[in-house]
Design a protein around this ligand. Structure first.
Ligand code: G6P
Length: 616
């Protein structure tokens, strides 16, 4: 949450910063601001609302400097106002900073600073940090072999409790910029005679793919043509440069109206990428390069705890059905935010499996650390190459889904389900899953991208369905067995992007409460693709219709589902149970997308949400 960017080079900083912020806007969009060097001064421009407002405001401003910082905000401390927007300047005018994260001891520091003569003009914790750096800067003597600006940032951070990704400018140092991170991401981009700092590589991908992912408690000091990385304890770090393998088109609309739609339509490719090189030569199982566990160790797992947040949590639940069914290992699913504080009793051979698209969700990262602290092995499924979770996990599987810009997760959700199916296959074949059963799953997975391509052709007809439901205020999403997690994800998607209140339920549980909501104004969306319980689900549809509600049903094609059972039927290709949930997820995404667009919502940037939640 919150996107930060910094630039130091030879080109105009304003446009580079605004372009970087445009690509980071998915991280927050309450307000935005930039600070640019201008005639030996740092000039700040900020505005409330999405980035467009800032672009309009800065069009008339010259801001020709070649260094600066920028921020797009998701408010934590203080209302969404211009004075709370970043960048923040210390009251003595020396330090200007952008910050992503939460300074937990900000009120104690603020009190200390006011006693020292510093004053605060906003309600943010970030302004306190700017002033704390300024306090140390004022105190810090000029010393040989010790940069005063860098040292003041370092000393200030030693007193801070909380999380931060920061980029800092100093009024006395036009050729310098300092960045630091602790539990909020920060990446250094190394261009041709220019440097970038950003919350993620999207912030500078149009200018360089040469990147260094900073670790927690590291500072980067950019000075003219050079940079150095050190720890908070002043140890020099020999950082590893990585070539980012995205191309620019991955973060552009390429003719689509919204990123959400583009990413829904990218799923044949993202699923193929999730599987590439992961089928074993005999065709009956999967294998992975990064698990860091031998077959013997994998066989000894007697329990798996799956942890995630949001859609990644729904993916965990879907993975539970797959792993229990095909690998026969007991699985528990936990919200990362609950698990981290729950002190759950865990058996010796428990494996913790983390799912996170970004690899930066703070609660999920904390859950990983808590499990590791207790000595458990943690694997991660993530799309965030080089992310905190990717680096801290003991092993894992990259999704290779490419950047996901739409705030609501789509292609990353199905890619997580696909990897869960591969993993269930791998674990199952190490245990009791037969060669024939394994081969059937592997073949079903191989057919999946083509079947998803077929399913995407339903987009226009799903839009027509959405037109009939666009004015409803509430909706229930119901499914049994492996369709239950898809029902939950369907309700989440609809809430997120169309602001229609939606609940996901296990279809049979409906009778224990939600059925009281059923009325002509509260339709029900059934995920009726579980073969084993299909007849029971059909009974549930009848129960709902008998009470006057309209019904939509996603069903497997092939004509087995009686046509008159639901008001609107969406038939997806019939597939093996290991992959059917993925095919059922596509109409749910398209329905939410079309509902959101028809209702005039900003589907790529829904109100109050952010893609990467780096606060608790
Ligand atoms: C936010 C996003 C969701 C996402 C969740 C977990 O709430 O809006 O789309 O599912 O965070 O994110 P992660 O990056 O950990 O998968």
């Amino acid at each position: 949450m919150c996107g930060i960017v910094g630039y130091l080079g030879k080109n105009g900083a304003k446009d580079i910063l605004l372009e970087g912020l445009r690509r980071l806007e998915y991280r927050g969009y309450d307000s935005a601001g930039i600070a640019v060097w201008e005639n030996s001064k740092i000039v700040i421009s900020r505005s409330v609302g999405p980035l467009d407002a800032l672009i309009e405001k800065t069009t008339a401003e010259l801001l020709v400097g070649t260094a600066g910082i920028g921020h797009t905000r998701w408010a934590t401390h203080g209302d969404v106002t211009e004075k709370n927007a970043h960048p923040h300047r210390s009251s003595d005018g020396k330090i200007v900073l952008v910050h992503n994260g939460v300074i937990e001891n900000f009120s104690a520091i603020g009190k200390f600073l006011s006693e020292k003569g510093f004053s605060l003009s906003s309600e943010t914790d970030s302004e306190v940090l700017a002033n704390l750096i300024a306090y140390h800067y004022a105190k810090e003597p000029e010393r040989e072999n010790c940069n005063r600006f860098l040292e003041s940032v370092r000393r200030a951070l030693l007193h801070v409790r909380g999380t931060y990704g920061i980029v800092v400018l100093c009024a006395d140092c036009p050729q310098e910029m300092v960045g630091a991170r602790n539990s909020s991401p920060l990446v250094l981009g190394i261009g041709n005679g220019e440097y970038f700092l950003a919350s993620d590589v999207a912030g500078f991908i149009s200018r360089t793919r040469d990147a260094i992912f900073l670790n927690d408690h590291e500072l980067v000091h950019i000075r003219g043509d050079d940079f150095s990385i050190l720890t908070l304890n002043r140890e020099r770090i020999a950082a590893v440069r990585q070539a980012v393998d995205w191309d620019l088109s991955a973060v552009e609309l390429n003719g689509y109206r919204h990123f959400m739609l583009k990413e829904i339509f990218e799923q044949p490719k993202s699923l193929a990428n999730a599987m590439r090189g992961r089928f074993f030569a005999d065709g009956s199982t999967a294998h992975f390069g990064g698990l860091q566990m031998s077959p013997r160790e994998l066989r000894h797992i007697d329990r798996i705890i799956l942890c995630g947040c949001g859609s990644a949590w729904c993916a965990c639940l879907a993975a539970e059905y797959l792993i229990e069914k095909f690998a026969r290992i007991p699985v528990e699913v936990e919200y990362a935010s609950e698990f981290r504080y729950r002190n759950a009793p865990m058996e010796r051979n428990t494996l913790v499996l983390i799912i996170s698209q970004s690899g930066e969700t703070l609660d999920t990262l904390a859950a990983l650390r808590e499990a590791q602290r207790k000595g458990f092995r943690v694997l991660a499924i993530t799309n965030g190459v080089g992310s905190s979770i990717a680096r801290e996990a003991d092993g894992g599987i990259y999704q290779h889904a490419g950047p996901e810009i739409g705030v609501a997760s789509t292609k990353s959700f199905t890619s997580q389900l696909c990897i869960a199916a591969l993993l269930a296959l791998h674990l199952g074949r190490l245990r009791d899953l037969s060669y024939e059963e394994g081969t059937a799953i592997a073949e079903a997975l191989r057919r999946l991208p083509q079947q998803v391509q077929e399913t995407l052709k339903l987009s226009d007809s799903i839009r027509s369905v959405a037109e009939r439901y666009r004015n409803c205020r509430d909706m229930l999403f119901l499914g049994r067995q492996a369709m239950f997690p898809i029902a939950l994800e369907g309700a989440l998607k609809l809430k997120e992007v169309s602001y229609v209140h939606a609940e996901g339920y296990a279809a049979a549980e409906m009778k224990h409460g939600p059925i009281a909501l059923i009325s002509p104004d509260c339709p029900a969306f059934f995920l009726a693709c579980d073969g084993l319980t299909l007849e029971k689900t059909i009974s549930n549809i009848h129960e709902v219709r008998a009470r006057g509600a309209r019904t939509i049903a996603v069903v497997p094609g092939g004509g087995t589902f009686p046509e008159t059972t639901a008001d609107d039927i969406i038939a997806v290709p019939e597939a093996h149970p290991a992959v059917q949930p993925i095919l059922a997820a596509i109409p749910v995404q398209l329905f939410a997308y079309h509902m959101g667009v028809l209702r005039g919502c900003n589907v790529d940037r829904p109100r109050n949400l952010a893609k990467s939640v780096t606060v608790e």
